[in-house]
Write a protein that binds this ligand. Structure first.
Ligand code: HEC
Ligand code: HEC
Ligand code: HEC
Length: 408
């Protein structure tokens, strides 16, 4: 009995020593792991894959889509409930083709239509960094999608119609920074997941990429070169400052963009943020801006009265505010967007200025949902969207009523 036990123990010891040796041989280098961490930050993976901040990347966070809810899975190296049992090939296939190890297909709430642009080496660097996390036991929850979307088989048709697998193709006529920016925006950074208009099936309208889209009660504005509602008037420095600090002299980040900044762009390497800024700064306007009929005098007067009473203390009579403390309203692209959702969210629910290492001081915009009626909020919104040279389509009290309580 004793000898048998000794033999078993010995074999066990030899076996694990051999395994440890094999693992040591394949041990990823600290450089690879650090690079993987930077890509995980560029991809904002934590934002979706963390439900409980005490268990980063252990999944379980609910992602609401127009088609129902999906829960992001556990990415820690737990063998049973995480991805500890996956091969590198499984991992690369998941990111680049949206296919699970068992061959079933993911829903595009997982941004694989963007991650497909990532190089094999980059996916493996991400995998290497995820491998350094402590394994957490957290079983994945199945999605709760509207019939018949619960059938993953349907994604075969969706992929056939809308998914273009393939690496990022550099533009040889552009410089290294531009191409790095293009790679980050269209690959790991998946900026279009929120900023590109979607078709009926939730797929990107690529012909009008980055020209603005609604997301969870907010509006992700145009990032193309549109004059009034896009980034035409933002310099490379303006864009980089916004992405690193969550604010600049032109606007402040709120809602889902505040999360992107905290989880992702504020942590990115300076050169990468600059590359994104160089890329966005070069984009042409991909569709015409609509002509606007200004509100009538009565509406403007009603809006001005609300503004004078509730807003002027911080934003000033001429809307100029105090750059980086109270965002200026004139020439503000987000404010003039055709879709007023983000502006209504901020006025209804208020906002805490996002805190980042570069800009740690906070500011506070009060919430007006209780204090002001739908008519008053519509009037003040129309006033600030059409004063000081601004121009934007009319917002109705019915739109305000609908926006109430829509924020997440
Ligand atoms: C916008 C939210 C979102 C972001 C950002 C995101 N994911 Fe996910 N991810 C999901 C969702 C949702 C699923 C599950 C999809 C499904 O069930 O069809 C998923 C699935 C996965 C899977 C499959 C896991 C499994 O157990 O089957 C992997 C691997 C993965 N994500 C890795 C990443 C990495 C790496 C990043 C960052 C580079 C990332 N994800 C960023 C939402 C996201
Ligand atoms: C989860 C959705 C989401 C993702 C992903 C996202 N954004 Fe945004 N973005 C928004 C929203 C919503 C706003 C409006 C923020 C507000 O209301 O203050 C915004 C605003 C912005 C603005 C300010 C534009 C203006 O006119 O004020 C910039 C610049 C920007 N995003 C860049 C990016 C870049 C670059 C990426 C990719 C690295 C990205 N965003 C990814 C949702 C998103
Ligand atoms: C106590 C000061 C204060 C008052 C009063 C105030 N705001 Fe603000 N407002 C702010 C701050 C601070 C922000 C930036 C919030 C952030 O960083 O997300 C802001 C942001 C905004 C924005 C978003 C601009 C952008 O580019 O991000 C709009 C629109 C706005 N306020 C409109 C109003 C209106 C309309 C009123 C009156 C009904 C009002 N504010 C009253 C402090 C104030």
């Amino acid at each position: 009995m004793r000898t048998i036990l000794a033999v078993v123990l010995l074999c066990g010891a030899v076996g694990s020593a051999a395994l440890a040796g094999a693992a040591a041989a394949a041990e990823p280098s600290p450089e690879l792991i650090a690079y993987g961490k930077a890509l995980v930050e560029a991809g904002g993976c934590a934002g979706c894959h963390t439900a409980d901040p005490a268990k980063p990347f252990a999944g379980g966070k609910r992602i609401d889509t127009p088609f129902g809810a999906i829960y992001a899975p556990n990415l820690t190296p737990d063998r049973d409930t995480g991805i500890g049992g996956w091969s590198d090939a499984d991992f690369k296939r998941a990111l680049r083709t949206g296919t699970a190890p068992d061959g079933s297909l993911y829903y595009p709430a997982f941004p694989y239509p963007y991650f497909t642009k990532m190089t094999k080496d980059d996916t493996l660097a991400i995998r290497a960094w995820l491998g350094t996390l402590a394994p957490v036991v957290n079983r994945n929850r199945p999605p709760e999608l509207r019939w018949p979307l619960g059938h993953r088989g349907l994604m075969r048709a969706w992929n056939y119609l809308f998914f273009k697998p393939g690496l990022y193709e550099p533009d040889q006529t552009k410089g290294a920074a531009w191409n790095r920016g293009g790679y980050l925006v269209n690959g790991p950074g998946h900026c279009g997941a929120c900023h590109t208009p979607k078709n009926y099936f939730g797929a990107d309208k690529n012909a009008v990429a980055l020209s603005g889209s609604e997301i969870g009660g907010w509006f992700a504005p145009r990032l193309d070169g549109a004059t009034r509602t896009g980034l035409k008037s933002w310099s490379v420095e303006d864009i980089a400052e916004y992405l690193q600090s969550g604010r600049n002299a032109k606007s402040h980040a709120g809602g889902p963009m505040a999360e992107v900044i905290v989880n992702s762009t504020a942590k990115m390497r300076d050169a990468d943020v600059r590359a994104i800024a160089v890329y966005l700064n070069s984009l042409p306007s991909v569709r015409r801006e609509t002509n606007v009929t200004p509100p009538d005098d009565d509406e403007m007067k009603a809006g001005q009265a609300v503004y004078a009473r509730f807003c002027i203390a911080c934003h000033e009579a001429d809307g100029s505010g105090a750059p980086r403390i109270y965002p200026p309203l004139p020439a503000n692209a987000l404010l003039q967007s055709n879709n007023p959702s983000s502006t209504l969210r901020i006025i209804l629910d208020g906002a805490h200025t996002v805190t980042t290492p570069r800009a740690p001081n906070t500011g506070e915009m009060p919430a007006y949902a209780k204090q002001l009626s739908d008519e008053q909020i519509a009037a003040v919104t129309n006033y600030i969207r059409n004063s000081w040279g601004n121009a934007a389509p009319l917002v109705t009290p019915a739109q305000v009523a609908k926006a109430r309580g829509q924020g997440q």
